[in-house]
Design a protein around this ligand. Sequence first.
Ligand code: MN
Length: 473
Amino acid sequence: MTVLRSGLATDIGRARQSNEDRAAASDTLFAVADGMGGARGGEVAARMAIETLQAAYERNPTIAGLREAFVAANGAIWEQSVRVDGLRGMGTTLTAAGLSVGADGRDVIGLANVGDSRAYLMSGGAVRQITADHSLAEERVRHGEMTEAEAEVHPHRHILTRALGVAPEVDIDLWELHLHTGDRLLLCSDGLTNEVNVEQIGQVLRSEHDPRKAARALVDRANAHGGSDNVTVVVVDILVGEAEPARSSSVARVSVDKAGATRLEEPGRDPAVDRPGPAGPRTPPLAPEDATTTTITAVHRGLAPTAGGSVADAGEELFVAAAPVAIQTVPPPEYREPERERLPPVRETRRERRQRLGVPRRITVRVIFFFLLILAVPAGAVAVVRWYALDNWYVAIDHGNLAVYQGRPGGFLGFQPKLLDRTDVTTKEVLAFRLRDLRQTVTEPSLKAAERYIANLHREFLAQQSSTPLTRL
Ligand code: MN
């Protein structure tokens, strides 16, 4: 039987506008996700990771199930990021530990990781990092291209080489843990480890016995150091463990085969387990006799490689590579300037990348169209005003003669009326009462109509002239 007790604390930190970390701590499943991506992407990715993980792990609470849950979370986030414009490029780290029953019927804790959130194990008072960051700097250390000390201060130390949701497939690191009563597991986002070194983490974990208070105290320490990022901490206490009393707590890097069985990864492939301790005055490698309580024991189930290199069925649990390895704390990081911004190429949008690299904005069809639109609006307005101002003709008196003007009497928004036709008809050659109309201007729909109007006035006048003698008779 295994009995666990946990504490969870998360905080926005001192520099960020929002908390894109998400975490979970149920009776048997514990997880931390640190989301990234423009706008709301980071928050969405981290939340989806936690929710998908919980639902999937509930269906299959085994190490194989934990792996499947990671695959499901990756797929769900990837699909969403492809479908929704504002979420493109989002992603998240995910570190999770789940209690399950091993092949031998005894409880084991499965641990899975993608990204640079971390898992530490405190056993017998010593703290060690289990996970290996999937960051560019860490990969270079692994390939011998960089020393730990260089990696600590490298400007690209936060570029992730793996994250959940940024591609349709993802590689997941898995471990199988057999833990003792009194062991303590810590899951945390990089907001903690960027601010607080492993020695300080050890101090808190050793002195604060309530897991909730321990989680809170670690978050407070990160904030006190600067709090440049969101901080999330889950502390899991093994109140009752099932590891064989005679043996030390064990941490083994495993993979899951097609049948769902866990297999030991080849020794040497896991840098977190057997990476030699870095030289340096602050963290001298421990001599084997200094090893106190926890040794690393590789666990192998079922199939074991035989001496000839082929594979044989061992039929029962087999311990290999059991030579005790001294537990080393991770070297305390040199003081590093808290980074203002992460530089994660796998998680940023094209525009963000261009901004970061200072690449000038490209002129695209969209940009050209936008400027054409900007120009078209005032041009259209001028055309409408001009049309309104000039699509009008009126008759008025010009120096005693009747004349036709184009435009609006008195002008309209800067468009002045134009004299088109000054006729020979004088004010004396139209009927007197018509002059009143003319002074108030007579509007006509066209030049022709205006000229016709004047001709009619003149004709009316002439008719009146010729008829007058008759009426006098
Ligand atoms: Mn973070």
